[in-house]
Design a protein. Structure first.
Length: 94
């Protein structure tokens, strides 16, 4: 085979590769379950790792005050506000 025969084959094989690229994980993601909608920001947080932080929540409690981590198994953490809470950690690139 000469170069004139190889180049078209390479072009056909390489052309669809960008279509299979994964969507970037970094950014803001909307999680929607009716009234429990939230926005999570995925951003780098260390060497080759990603973290997800709650940046917005549609849900409010009855008194219209910010939601807290009331169901946490650790009583000392039950007063933490949900917005600003890191909920995903140690996501790593494969």
């Amino acid at each position: 085979m000469n170069i004139r025969q190889i180049l078209p084959v390479l072009a056909l094989v390489a052309a669809p590769l960008p279509a299979f690229a994964a969507a970037p994980i970094e950014g803001t993601w909307m999680l929607s379950e009716s009234d429990n909608a939230s926005k999570i920001r995925i951003a780098p947080c260390g060497a080759a790792k990603w973290c997800g932080t709650v940046i917005w929540s549609k849900q409010q409690n009855a008194s219209k005050t910010p939601l807290v981590d009331a169901k946490n198994s650790n009583p000392a953490l039950r007063t933490r506000k949900i917005v600003g809470l890191t909920v995903l950690t140690v996501l790593s690139n494969l």
